[in-house]
Write a protein that binds this ligand. Structure first.
Ligand SMILES: Cc1cc2nc3c(=O)[nH]c(=O)nc-3n(C[C@H](O)[C@H](O)[C@H](O)COP(=O)(O)OP(=O)(O)OC[C@H]3O[C@@H](n4cnc5c(N)ncnc54)[C@H](O)[C@@H]3O)c2cc1C
Length: 522
């Protein structure tokens, strides 16, 4: 046996005994390399509040680790999980290779909402000013400022996450992480330098990226994904959007509002295919009226680009070759996997997790987009918090059940629970309560008469099965239904709740009265 190895084992044993003694006393000790070790690596007692004072017992094997938790990815799953673990008194690092805040804050939810706000404002000024008694001469816009405002909002929030890391004492490690083995995270910095960190637990929150069309690769100019679509330095005269999910529809609305000629191609029968059919049809009518050409039931059969523009051949509702300056491919997302140890994946390539969000590798967890649909920021954060609280407290983690989904075009779309179609397929007995915006005082006062609130109530108890709202501020209104479903409220409780007047949320109560068969205002 190597004499040095014997010495190391002996030293380790001695340290383990030292730690075990402290552990028996209910004292938490930090691993070597931490500030409370002396230069020789001998452990000093931790006197930080939240450690010794709580007398937390830590499994002995974790004492050799640098971190209790390393999170890979700084998006809404990663940064939220990291901060929650730090709040629980854990030593945490978060590794990010792009920008803190992930896709959501930098390239997804937030910058698109900034663009959509600009678009709605511009559309109101140019198309509806007279309705409000405004006489506005010619209106011009500065494209670079439209894009710049959106980037500015992301920059501000990105800095905010870095501040939150500092505030919560989360080590923010910039670089690309891989997992060479359970308990180890290798971080490669932008300059190529590598560092390996030990971690008792690892949370993979590496998210997803835009999926390209087979045989039609992104080139960043004429064939683009959502990231390029939100940062184009020049407004395209025409754009073809392939895929009519939330991302495709939001960009279609944005570009159309600024006068770009927009064609949307969707192979399924409806736009926003996951939404209630009645909502999808209503939105399709509205967007078509605003000038967007929508081709549903239409398949892309050929693609080409020549540096100046694209040609897309389609079959179905239209059989022709469409031409445009740019093609935005919005057909879905693909997983971003960290390299290293082999982890079991689902048949679609997402990381498989158990009921505690643990992967097939012990001590390695997954949350957010990387563990599969639904790919939503609020779902990602929920999963991360469930995972972390399950890991570090007595909490029994929950998997995602009921969650809202929103599309922020105009009119907005928001939903939760089952669609009418899905409820019928399940053979459920239910009543539908539907109330139109045009019958709401607040909606008319705000000049927003378009849309409806539709709630499905189970019979005979009146539990909420699903809710579907299309119209102004529907993305805010859906929260009430989410809370009601979480509390298992029935139509009686919704009806008995006094809703402020005049508000759009009154329509939730009105739709409930419709379902119960005694509406006052329709
Ligand atoms: C255009 C667009 C609009 C969207 N709008 C909405 C919306 O309105 N509402 C909504 O709920 N959702 C929306 N989404 C989806 C939402 O952005 C995602 O669901 C959410 O960001 C997922 O969070 P996450 O933490 O799982 O992954 P991400 O936010 O993607 O974060 C993962 C992070 O990990 C980093 N990373 C990856 N691999 C490594 C590695 N090996 N080492 C270090 N770092 C790594 C990435 O750089 C990234 O920052 C939108 C998405 C897009 C693209």
């Amino acid at each position: 046996m190597n004499p040095n190895a014997t010495e190391t084992v002996a030293a380790l044993r001695a340290r383990e005994v030292q730690r075990e003694n402290m552990r028996v006393l209910g004292l938490y000790v930090h691993p070597p390399g931490r500030s409370n070790c002396d230069p020789g690596g001998n452990l000093l007692l931790n006197t930080e509040p939240g450690c010794a004072s709580l007398g937390r017992l830590t499994p002995i094997h974790t004492l050799f680790m640098n971190y209790d938790l390393i999170v890979i990815g700084g998006g809404p799953a990663g940064y939220v999980g990291a901060i929650r673990a730090a709040q629980l008194g854990k030593k945490v690092a978060c590794v990010e290779n792009d920008r803190a805040g992930g896709t959501c804050l930098n390239w997804g939810c937030i910058p698109t909402k900034a663009l959509l706000k600009n678009a709605e404002l511009y559309h109101t000024i140019t198309h509806r000013a007279e309705e409000f008694g405004l006489k506005i001469g010619s209106v011009e816009y500065d494209w670079s400022k439209v894009i710049g405002r959106s980037r500015g909002v992301s920059d501000k929030l990105n800095k905010g996450i870095e501040f939150l890391f500092k505030k919560n004492k989360v080590d923010y490690l910039k670089g690309t992480a891989s997992i060479p083995a359970a308990g180890k995270v290798e971080v490669t910095a932008a300059d190529g330098t590598k560092a390996t960190h030990d971690a008792a637990n690892i949370l993979i929150a590496t998210g997803a990226k835009t999926r390209p069309m087979p045989g039609f690769p992104f080139n960043g100019k004429t064939v683009i994904g959502s990231k390029e679509a939100m940062t184009l330095d020049k407004q395209p005269k025409s754009i073809i959007v392939i895929g009519a999910g939330a991302i495709g529809i939001e960009f279609a609305y944005f570009f159309n509002a600024y006068g770009t000629k927009v064609t949307v191609v969707e192979m399924l029968p409806d736009i926003l295919p996951v939404e209630d059919t009645e909502v999808s049809k209503t939105l399709e009518k509205s967007l078509t009226k605003s000038g967007i050409r929508i081709l549903t039931n239409t398949k892309v059969t050929g693609t080409s680009e020549d540096g100046n523009g694209v040609k897309i051949t389609v079959e179905g509702a239209a059989n022709e070759t469409l031409e445009a300056d740019v093609c935005l491919v919005a057909i879905g997302v693909a997983p971003v996997l960290p390299g290293g140890v082999e982890i079991k994946l689902t048949d679609r390539g997402w990381i498989q997790t158990d009921e505690r969000y643990q992967t097939s590798v012990k001590g390695v967890y997954g949350a957010g987009d990387i563990i599969g649909p639904p790919w939503l920021a609020h779902v990602a954060s929920y999963e991360a918090v469930q995972c972390i609280e399950g890991l570090f407290t007595k909490h029994k983690p929950k998997k995602v059940g009921v969650f809202p989904g929103c599309t922020y075009c105009h009119p907005q779309v928001a939903s939760i629970g089952l669609t009418e179609r899905a409820a019928k397929e399940k053979g459920l007995k239910f009543k539908v309560g539907k109330f139109p915006y045009v019958a709401s005082g607040k909606a008319l006062a705000a000049a927003e008469p378009e849309g409806f609130v539709k709630i499905l109530y189970g019979e005979p108890h009146g539990e909420i099965i699903g809710a579907h709202i299309i119209g102004s501020e529907s993305t805010e209104m859906i929260a009430e239904i989410g809370l009601a479903m979480n509390l298992e409220a029935t139509w009686d409780e919704i009806e008995a709740t006094i809703h402020a007047h005049p508000t759009l949320s009154e329509m939730v109560k009105e739709a409930t009265e419709v379902a119960k068969g005694h509406p006052i205002h329709v």
